[in-house]
Design a protein around this ligand. Sequence first.
Ligand SMILES: [Zn+2]
Ligand SMILES: [Zn+2]
Length: 341
Amino acid sequence: MPAAVYVGDGDIQVQHLPVPTLGPNDALVEVSHCGICGTDLHLVLERFARPGSVLGHEWAGTITALGADVTGWETGARVVLDPTPGCGECRACRRGRPAVCLRREPPDLLDFSRGAFCRYKLVPASRLVRVPEMLSTRAAALTEPTAIAIHTVNLAHVGTDDRVLVTGGGPVGLLTTSVLRSRGVHEIVVSEPAPARRERALAVGAAAVVTPDELPRAPMGRPVESPFTVVFECSGHGSAAESALDQLDYAGTFVFVGTGSPPPRVNHNRVIVMEQKIIGAYNYDAAGFRPALDLLASGALPLDLLIEPVDIGLDQILSTMHRLAAGELPGKVMVTPEVSA
Ligand SMILES: [Zn+2]
Ligand SMILES: [Zn+2]
């Protein structure tokens, strides 16, 4: 089968790999679409990935074969893969946070070796979730990042009276904005340097957009003139985070969503005096991917704005990653397991 393989030195090549062998409890899924994630960008462009690995974790597909012991599924079923459930016993699980279960396998970012930038994926059938009839398989590939956006908004306990700043208008910032809008939050400002992304942020429902240099520096120990009660830092840039922290109000909540380096400097004095909360959001809610599938199927999200109109083949992943890193493409780019050249 064709697969986009990371070969080292920031390069990806299409290779032909054997189709994985089915075990008794497995399902073989033909990947329909797989989105390119910011994590994939870091892994390839910053060369963290292990050579030989196949990236891509935001996918949906169709079952083509089932192991002998699998029940409750049939070939042709459209599916996504639910996150691993927690152990149910550790401190994180007891606090309703199975996505950071203390006994989970470490998130070995260096070895995302069995990703979905390829035609077939072997998965444990017990973790499959059916794609609702109302939802296309292509749009279902947005399930994983949508689950993250839902989790992010839930962790911040955003209410309809909050005034929200989203820094970074790429796929994550746009999804976060859309989920906020679906919750009835209206006062959302998106800060983003790239014009195409600012434009798209308005289209998905931001009340206003600004460029990062329009955000004021904060006076010492006091809020800026128009502060925000909740800030989602989706860009992953340390400097954006520092500026975003300046915009946070008394008792405000700041959420780190985007990863990146170098890290920001945090003025702890300001956080103390203004009694602010700084949290991170990485994974999913206890309910896994089902709330995301329901939200995507509900029609409440502007899917045609969140997903770029043109899908790409496996051989176009690298060039598209460079375009994404440059901020040229606002929405999620979907990869199909084809070779166009
Ligand atoms: Zn991702
Ligand atoms: Zn646990």
